[in-house]
Write a protein that binds this ligand. Structure first.
Ligand code: MN9
Length: 294
């Protein structure tokens, strides 16, 4: 296990696919480099929603973890999302990325079926107890339907290897409560458009899809907020949210990929069942990039 400080700004890594849905390795390497060299992120969250992870085979997930590590080396922190409905796959991936030298593991709360909290707790303990590593819970209730209460976080944190949460929710009451109750556990803000209020409440970092393109502004918001310069941070959050609103209206991952293409990165297309980009989508995305980045 590495002892790297996990705090900071992480891109939820986009993955480049070709028209047949295969991983475009060269393009993926370029996305990693762009995040490090241009967006100046502190780390990458690999295999998340943004990486279209839940559409992929185990072998493809492993290949993406390998490529990201090979390209990033030890320059930045790396967190691997290994959560899956197939817990054997999660355990296998957890071992795989630990051997690769990933700094932490993350797992989405198990979804689709309505699991009891006891089952969810067992899922996390099973995945993390099999490896010498740290676990970041990935909580994203709007996609999974699973909410974790303050008390349940406490139960999960009884396992010393579970060190924090990627909190992709707008429930700032709960965020404040877990900040106060578990000051030594990490919280990463998961909604880029709500980074400023999350930073004010004292999160340790943020993990976001839009940082692949808008990482510089994200860092400015975070650092200004930490320095108490709320009005300046808000000005940048306003511009950021104009960008995010335009991106969401045009299709999240597709628009981010076209923006990366405009920045000279071969970000490819999305994997089915995500749709192809229409000409209109591409034209709009190019305009969005020009508006906020040229
Ligand atoms: O990783 C991301 N969540 C999803 C977190 O993609 C589901 C966020 O960065 C959002 O994409 C972003 C836009 O809503 O905040």
């Amino acid at each position: 296990m590495t002892n790297r400080d996990l705090k900071g700004i992480y891109s939820a890594l986009l993955v480049s696919f070709d028209k047949d849905g295969n991983i475009n390795e060269k393009g993926l390497r370029q996305i990693v480099r762009h995040n490090i060299d241009v967006c100046k992120v502190d780390g990458l969250y690999v295999g998340g929603s943004t990486g279209e992870n839940f559409l992929l085979s185990t072998a493809e997930k492993k290949r993406i973890f390998e490529i990201a590590k090979d390209e990033a080396k030890n320059d930045i922190a790396l967190i691997a999302q290994v959560g899956s409905l197939n817990i054997k796959e999660s355990c296998e991936l957890a071992k795989f990325v630990t051997d690769l030298g990933y700094d932490a593991i993350s797992a989405v709360t198990p979804f689709y079926y309505k699991f009891s909290f006891k089952e969810i707790k067992d899922y996390y303990n099973t995945i993390i107890d099999g490896v010498d590593n740290r676990m970041i819970i990935y909580s994203i209730p709007f996609l999974t339907g699973t909410n974790i209460t303050k008390e349940q976080f406490g139960e999960l944190y009884q396992n010393k290897k579970i060190v924090g949460v990627k909190f992709t929710a707008g429930d700032f009451y709960l965020l404040e409560r877990i900040r106060k109750e578990y000051p030594d556990h990490l919280i990463f803000a998961g909604f880029d458009e709500m980074m400023l209020p999350a930073a004010v409440l004292g999160v340790d970092g943020a993990i976001g899809s839009t940082f692949n393109v808008n990482g510089i502004r994200a860092r400015q918001i975070f650092e200004l907020a930490k320095a108490g310069k709320i009005q300046e941070a808000l000005e940048i959050q306003h511009v950021t949210n104009d960008f995010i609103t335009d991106v969401l209206n045009n299709g999240l991952y597709g628009t981010l990929k076209v923006c990366l293409q405009e920045a000279g990165v071969d970000a490819g297309v999305c994997r089915k069942p995500m749709g192809e980009f229409s000409e209109e989508t591409i034209e709009n995305a190019k305009k969005i990039y020009a508006k906020y980045f040229k």
